[in-house]
Design a protein around this ligand. Structure first.
Ligand code: G3H
Length: 549
């Protein structure tokens, strides 16, 4: 056996050691037991499920005498098209063509329902955080952050809606016409979230959709389903019957019929552009469907000859390896100027080597096991393909994997023949390409099917200025000397091409899930009196000058 093989074997053995036996898990991070969900919320009832269930295996494996085994943490219902259609009927009935209790309720009352829900959600923090950690392998620290960020997002949404409502609590008079203009709901929303931010990203669409008066069909992500279970009772208690309905089951088995029914008014999905395309086409009246989508991305970093190399290496690691590279905003391809490529790669390698790997409950852990069962094999395929086409893995142990864990690989030099050039790896691989002229990364972005964000690293103001102008028209956010990211959540989050449709942010999401409606009348004595009577007697929730404090 040659030395490299011995070293690889040793590292694989070392990696195996990150997995422990079940009794070595610290008590405070353990789940209370298996979570076997046998109910789901539909039509205001927690309905019993006695059919098939999906077994949820954690990406965390336990050492057993013979092997490493993924931990079974629970089960959830695999419902069928029948239950999905019943949930749809419940959402349609609750909306009642805009006449339902929820869509006609005052904004102040809707806000207080969401506040009530949030209080109950906070009571479930401990179990939800643990389930995020166990279901998708996110570090405990990041799982806590995801929960807290979601609660902050809800409160920010409430504040933003109060602002919107205050601005609408007045009449406008133009050309002899008096009008009150407000935002009103769109109808039934089908909401599907992603596995990487199963709580946060789902709720950045679900909460604005509900608070604007829509009714909802909510399908939790395949990995990251159980963590929503502790919230079902709160949804039931805080919103009128049929406003929030959950659907469980295989997406391909239950979602097409929902779309074909023509009764879905809004499709909101954080996931793949392929799925979004297919679903939209199933709607029989496509003009009636609004889509709010967060889709694939292949964000590039462009590191010029004038970059602070240390900073670029540190931000590249953060951008490409936070949560093991499983972020839609992750840096997924790195262009580095030829003149600094060697130095950049040295520093990048050193930064990657500093990352702590291990189990999600360990303090300071950065790299953890991956939840998608086929991901390690796919990542290996990407690396093999790159090697066949002339690249190497340049960091020691890069690409070594044991069961669900995959150690990050820096792959260099990447070229346009490789999968890593185009495919969204969504995992811990950092593909690096050398370039001579800035035209090369710009051409890449022009040809790319994605258009979410880009990071430019340079301390030359002229160079940065020259690249900003073309780049802002190719992507939706240009980050200077830092990684790509969604936050702060009040900033608009969107993308071009196949990366998004519609815009999300605390304020934009309220607009995305609503449409402006107005009540208008000729300003004559008769109408003045009529409107005053309605407003003074508080007869309408829409035509109203009530001010929310
Ligand atoms: O997966 C995409 C997330 O929205 C990324 O959010 O950039 O704040 O990690 P983040």
């Amino acid at each position: 056996m040659n030395e490299t093989l011995i070293a690889e074997k040793t590292f694989s053995e070392e990696l195996e050691q990150i997995f422990v036996t079940e009794d070595q898990v610290p008590e405070e991070y353990k789940l209370p037991g298996e979570i076997n969900q046998r109910t789901y919320l539909s039509g205001g009832e927690m309905l019993e499920w006695t059919g098939d269930v999906h077994q949820v295996y954690s990406p965390v494996c336990f050492r057993t005498p013979d092997s490493l085994q993924r931990k079974l943490i629970g089960t959830y219902p695999v419902c069928t098209e029948k239950e999905a259609m019943e949930a749809l009927d419940a959402a349609v009935a609750a909306y009642d063509n805009g006449r339902g209790k929820w869509p006609t309720m005052s904004v102040a009352d809707r806000i207080s329902s969401v506040e009530n829900f949030t209080k109950k959600m906070i009571q479930q923090k401990d179990i939800i955080v643990k389930l995020i950690m166990w279901e998708i392998g996110k570090s405990h620290a990041d799982s806590v952050k995801e929960f807290d960020r979601t609660v902050e997002y809800i409160y920010a949404t409430i504040d933003a809606l109060k602002d919107v409502d205050r601005q609408s609590s007045r009449f406008e008079i133009e050309q002899g016409i008096v009008a009150q203009i407000r935002r009103s709901p769109l109808g039934v929303v089908l909401c599907m979230g992603p596995f990487n931010y199963p709580l946060n990203e789902t709720f950045t669409t679900l909460i604005p959709a509900i608070i604007m008066g829509n009714t909802l069909l909510f399908k939790p992500p395949k990995h990251g389903t159980l963590l929503h279970y502790p919230l079902l009772q709160a949804f039931k208690d805080c919103f009128p019957k049929g406003v929030v309905n959950t659907i469980y089951g295989r997406g391909h088995a239950i979602v097409p019929a929902l779309m074909q029914s023509g009764k879905i008014n809004v499709l909101t999905l954080i996931g793949s552009s392929k799925v979004a395309n297919e679903l939209k086409k199933l709607h029989p009246k496509i003009n009636r469907l609004r889509a709010i989508l967060g889709l694939d991305a292949k964000n590039a970093a462009i590191i010029t000859a004038n970059a602070d190399i240390k900073l670029a290496a540190q931000e590249t690691v953060l951008g490409s390896l936070s949560f093991n590279g499983q972020r839609c905003t992750a840096l997924k391809i790195i262009f580095v100027h030829k003149s600094i490529a060697d130095e950049f790669l040295n520093q990048l390698t050193a930064e990657v080597a500093k990352l702590k790997y291990g189990m999600p409950w360990e303090k300071g852990v950065a790299l953890t096991p991956l939840p998608e069962p086929h991901k390690p094999a796919y990542l290996k395929e990407c690396i093999d393909d790159a090697i066949q086409n002339g690249a190497s893995v340049i960091n020691e142990n890069g690409g070594t994997s044991v069961e669900t864990f995959f150690y990050p690989a820096i792959v260099y030099p990447v070229n346009n023949k490789m999968k890593l050039y185009r495919e969204e790896q969504f995992g811990p691989i950092i593909p690096v390409l050398p370039f001579e002229s800035l035209e090369e990364p710009i051409e890449y972005l022009i040809e790319s099917t994605h258009g979410q964000q880009v990071s430019i690293f340079s301390n030359d103001s002229g160079e940065v200025a020259d690249t900003i102008d073309p780049l802002v028209n190719l992507v939706s956010r240009v980050n200077i000397n830092c990684q790509c990211q969604r936050g702060p959540d009040v900033f608009p989050f969107t993308g071009r091409k196949d990366s998004a449709e519609g815009t999300l942010s605390v304020v934009d999401a309220l607009r995305s899930f609503s449409i402006r409606s107005l009540v208008a009348a000729k300003l004559n004595e008769n109408n003045k009196q009529l409107i005053n009577e309605i407003v003074n007697n508080e007869h309408s929730n829409f035509l109203s000058t009530k001010f929310i404090f």
